[in-house]
Design a protein around this ligand. Structure first.
Ligand code: PEP
Ligand code: MN
Length: 338
């Protein structure tokens, strides 16, 4: 349920509503909007009938049930787009930030070199995996904490905020020390213990759609993070599994406009894991910008042929520079900036 406050409502009036909501068994979440503030009442144990009586409280405009299964992510709770700020890089506004870097951090020299290359090309954030969720246990699993240190160093040298994947709840504290944004990978979209733990941290989360996750399930997964108090979630469409085998996954570009009609959260596109091959990365990136994505995450490796993971889908620095130039023109055409 949501309690819609009047434009004139004071902080004291909102506090009184929150206090009563707690007495009724709900967890209140204040969502500050441009036009109006609302208080989301979350919790299955809450007394719904009594909650409607909150309409009589000073400063309250109305109390309405939320019709969607996802609550805090829904547009019913917040009509205007949310902006997620990762150390000054903003997702969800007019800018379209590009995150770039290798699939895996392979060494100090490699990650610093690629950080400098992608920065020079216009990337706003650096990616790199230290814990790799590989399909095969015999594939390279990442450098772990050593890799995180190299990533943080590359971020410091270049001034690029960094994002890296965390694969289980026990690593959250460790990864927190080195990263500016957590990535949750496609294979962990329903690792609810991990999502809950991330909801209790204060760093933004890049949540990737699972290979067979519907958009509603995707949004439900965000609730595990949002309902714990962390509002900084950026969604990422990275391709879903279909009958098509020419590409690694099928990029669902419709996910962008669909998510935007249902949710206020920003959504970016990962063309690399969708394509599976570098030749498709540029056209899919262009489609992503044109369809309204709030950013991109692209795999770039200094020497893709020698990459320890996902080399086939990685751009080399030269290809990335060319792509960035082309994307800027598309962004401008739709009134946005890269
Ligand atoms: C990755 O970003 O390298 C990765 C493993 O992505 P996904 O979880 O989308 O497969
Ligand atoms: Mn990868």
């Amino acid at each position: 349920m949501i309690v819609v406050m009047k434009m004139s409502a004071t902080k004291e009036e909102m506090d009184a509503v929150c206090k009563r909501a707690e007495e009724l068994g709900f967890t209140p979440h204040i969502i500050y909007g441009k036009e109006r503030n609302v208080i989301g009442l979350i919790g299955i144990m809450g007394n719904r009938e009594e909650a409607f009586m909150l309409e009589n409280y000073p400063g309250v405009d109305k109390v309405v049930p939320i019709s969607k299964p996802y609550k805090l992510a829904s547009k019913e709770v917040k009509a205007e787009p949310s902006i997620v700020d990762v150390k000054g890089v903003k997702f969800g506004g007019r800018d379209i930030p590009v995150i770039a870097g290798p699939c895996s951090i392979e060494g100090e020299k490699q990650i610093i070199m690629v950080a400098e290359q992608v920065k020079a090309a216009g990337a706003r954030m650096l990616r790199g995996g230290a814990f790799k969720p590989r399909t095969s246990p015999y594939s390279f699993q990442g450098l772990g904490e050593e890799g995180l240190k190299y990533l943080a160093k590359a971020g410091e040298i270049t001034g690029l905020p960094v994002v890296t994947e965390v694969v289980n709840p026990f690593d959250v504290e460790l990864v927190y020390k080195y990263t500016d944004m957590f990535q949750v990978g496609a294979r962990n979209i329903q690792n609810f213990a991990l999502l809950t733990q991330l909801g209790q941290t204060k760093k933004p989360v890049l949540l990737k759609r699972g290979m067979s996750t519907t958009i509603d399930e995707f949004l439900m997964a965000t609730e595990y993070i949002l309902s714990e108090g962390n509002r900084d979630v950026v969604l990422c469409e990275r391709g879903i599994r279909t009958f098509e085998t020419s590409t690694r996954n099928t990029l669902d570009i419709s996910a962008v406009p669909v998510v935007k009609t249902k949710s206020h959260l920003p959504i970016i596109i990962d063309p690399s894991h969708a394509a599976g091959h570098w030749t498709y990365v540029a056209p899919l990136s262009k489609a992503a910008i044109a369809v309204g994505a709030d950013g991109l995450i692209v795999e770039v490796h200094p020497d893709p042929e020698k990459a320890m993971s996902d080399g086939a889908q990685s751009l080399n620095p030269k290809q990335f520079i060319t792509l960035m130039g082309e994307l800027k023109a598309i962004a401008l055409a739709i009134g946005r900036y890269m």
